[in-house]
Design a protein around this ligand. Sequence first.
Ligand code: 7RM
Length: 569
Amino acid sequence: MDIHLSTCRKNKAAILWEGEPGDTRTLTYQQLSVEVNRLANALKSLGVKKGDVVGIYMGMVPETLQAMLACSRIGATHNVVFGGFSAEALRDRLLDSKAKILLTQDGAYRKGTASALKGAVHGILDQVPSLQNVVVLKRTGQETPMKEVRDLWWHDLISGRSTECKAEGFDSEHPLFILYTSGSTGKPKGILHTTGGYLTQARFTTRHVFDLKDEDVYFCTADVGWITGHSYLAYGPLMNGATLLMYEGVPTYPAPDRLWSMIDRHQVTIFYTAPTAIRSFMRLGDEFPNRHRLSSLRLLGTVGEPINPEAWMWYQRVIGKKRCPIVDTWWQTETGAIMISPMPGAIATKPGSATLPLPGILADVVTKEGKPCKANEGGLLVVKHPWPSMLRTVFGDPERYTKTYFSDFKKQKWYFTGDGARKDKDGYFWIMGRVDDVVNVSGHRLGTAEIESALVSHPKVAESAVVARPDDLKGSALIAFVSLKSQVSSGTPDLPSIQEELKAWVSKEIGPIARPDEIRFADALPKTRSGKIMRRLLREMVTTGKTSGDTSTLEDFSVLEKLRSSEED
Ligand code: 7RM
């Protein structure tokens, strides 16, 4: 932060913020620094020291970024827990990280209502012995339970604090943050990132992948509770002295054109979002983006999942008006920052490919035995050499770290990403999704992403998730969950005939081997808040009829209930 305060960026807007109800705030770099310093001093007054863990259970408000920066300023390690997670999920993450302080809010605005944050978790906080204080930001003003002595109001705590607080120097390997990410099974892993390497790569990639200039208004829709919110909402843009736009609520409030209206009003130039969001905008129809000019945009980005060519083309045409390059950025919570992505203007793009590894990143696609794959041969995505922002360990579980990431290619000492991929004849990377999502049908390896992409290219389909169920005859039977475009589902669609139509479509697009055995219609698919379809839950549902594993990262539990009841129809 401080590097900007001695330049003309001092009075530049760092954060343009919109609350869901429509309230707005702007913080310059100077104003942001004052708030960060006051909070850092307040944390010190609570006894927070270098190496202590501070939990942050907040929504998309500027104070959340201030909290992260205040922690890093005094060497505390932050542990941001997504505000949509349940009380139990929060408790487990606070327990595992031994958090000393929790920063939270009374509530946050979402879908037009004030939903409780502190109130929703109050009862469970007694179960975290390491927790000394809970600091509560007043955002909605709703009634909030407070425990005497332990719980403090944010505004009281920072009131009267000095606005100066020295940024202390720390070793480059000093822990900066822990961020929990769900494993395929079992309890979530606390991914640990440290200071020097993480910040270096976050800063470099933000600058070069987004071609960031001082004049830009940069809008990343990711929640801070996700790694994208850490690297490309908070640290990357602020280190580069950018102006970022931060939005509190859901994209469809008060109307489905909220984001497009914000892009016009703030003259956003760079827009970064997830394929799942793009598909849901597609599903809503072109009329909403078409209500706005969107002429300020010059660069678009995506992250989180393979983007199907259909969605890529729509994004390019309807949002980018065919003027804006699209950067499809592949990376993980574990990699800390972008690894495979075009650099706009320098690398020609192909819809659906993240293109090439960034300079210095030694990514490759290899067989199980570690041999290089031939062009277009599916294999495992590995990274053969360390990179600055790589995770340093799984917090409190170094064995799990080695086992999860370094046991598949032990001899070569390569990092295994868990993703399947192929490289085409030009060396471009095509990510096929998690290897757990690769299925074997009659001896053929198929990425479920490929079948999903075929389904989504059908004019009636908005979104789909394909999973396999063990089958005596074929090895796996393919079950496709499909949600139809709203224009189709709001009529009275002839579902059995659409089922046949879709099966035939996949046969034609990929081949009869990929023809789904069963098509199930659903209004919505089970997803994490960051938009990844939880295929594991669907897999459990089609094989055992229930879901047993960890569901703490699921965004909307009612979706599972609906899917279950849809089977009985
Ligand atoms: C940033 C983030 C990581 C997993 C990763 C992939 C998938 C992410 C892309 C992608 C295809 C992309 N972190 N993934 N980006 N797949 N193309 N551009 O998402 O830890 O939450 O997830 O997401 O499977 O391993 S994450």
